[in-house]
Design a protein around this ligand. Structure first.
Ligand code: ATP
Length: 277
């Protein structure tokens, strides 16, 4: 599944929240959407998953105009996991995952053996099979997110939208969720706040500021101190981490901008050298 956003613009009450944004996610990629609070990440994603309708521009899934698709068809093609797990009545984990099959069914059609098989497989893939009968409401935040990803898997969605899926989760769950998404190799667009996590997991990224894309490309090229200064207003040191081979960002508080920051600069970004200074 390839998804393409072409020149999408969206306003509310004459305030332009999304300004001529174009982006592309190719099959199997995990693409990050980063930007400060209020830069338009969620609004853009909502324009993609049809909670909002663009004023102009086009969103296509494998070349097909999303706005011309039936909602049910859209729900078969894409799944959304957002930062806020839904408040549900007393559904079991299995019931929630089974909901992922609804777009594939006619009204009042009974659940089939295939539906149940896909649900059990999805629960296994996210490691939640042991909690299948537990009430969804009683799960931890990380477990809820894993169940929502299982729901997307059971629905056999080809495109996954993650809207800050790891917010409020402790670091272990953050890693677990993104590891899971990465190993699934579903085409994914993810709005992420943690730049080090984005640096590690994303193949490419788009940077938003005031509703516009101000930079895009492969993660290593995009994450540069100048860009982070102009977009987020922070000073950073960035080096390639010797274990991960990915950019590792250190944020420098104002108090360090003069002295220690200067020392780190002398390492030429090599953290191993920093130990020896
Ligand atoms: N219904 C609305 N009416 C007016 N303004 C809105 C509405 N929805 C969003 N906005 C504004 O649009 C801008 C972009 O919001 P959005 O939630 O897309 O940002 P974001 O990048 O996802 O932010 P965050 O990182 O804080 O989640 C914000 O300034 C927000 O106040």
């Amino acid at each position: 599944m390839n998804i393409e956003v072409e020149d999408v613009t969206f306003s509310i009450h004459d305030k332009r929240l999304i300004d001529s944004i174009s982006l592309q996610v190719k099959m199997g990629e995990l693409v990050g959407l980063i930007g400060p609070n209020g830069s338009g990440k969620s609004t853009l994603l909502k324009n993609m998953y049809r909670v909002l309708r663009p004023d102009s521009g086009l969103v296509t899934l494998d070349g097909r105009d999303l706005l011309r698709m039936k909602y049910k068809e859209t729900a078969r093609q894409m799944a959304v996991v957002s930062q806020d797990a839904p408040q549900t009545f007393d559904f079991s984990v299995r019931d929630i995952v089974l909901m992922g099959r609804h777009p594939h069914k006619k009204l009042l059609e009974a659940d089939s053996a295939l539906d149940h098989e896909l649900v059990e497989q999805a629960l296994e893939r996210v490691g939640m099979e042991a909690q299948a009968d537990q009430s969804f409401a009683t799960l931890s935040g990380g477990e809820k997110q894993r169940v929502l990803i299982a729901r997307a898997l059971a629905g056999q969605a080809k495109f996954l939208i993650l809207d800050e899926p790891t917010n409020h989760l402790d670091i272990r769950y953050q890693l677990q969720i993104l590891d899971l998404v990465k190993t699934l190799q579903i085409t994914t667009l993810a709005a992420l706040h943690d730049l080090n996590l984005a640096a590690f997991y994303c193949d490419r990224m788009y940077v938003l500021k005031e509703g516009k894309v101000v930079s895009s490309g492969i993660t290593e090229d995009v994450l540069q101190p100048d860009l982070l200064r102009s977009v987020f207003g922070v000073e950073t040191e960035i080096c390639v981490h010797p274990r991960t081979g990915k950019p590792s960002i250190t944020f420098l508080p104002d108090s360090l901008r003069g002295g220690a920051a200067h020392d780190i600069n002398r390492t030429n970004g090599d953290p191993m050298k920093y130990d020896k200074l």
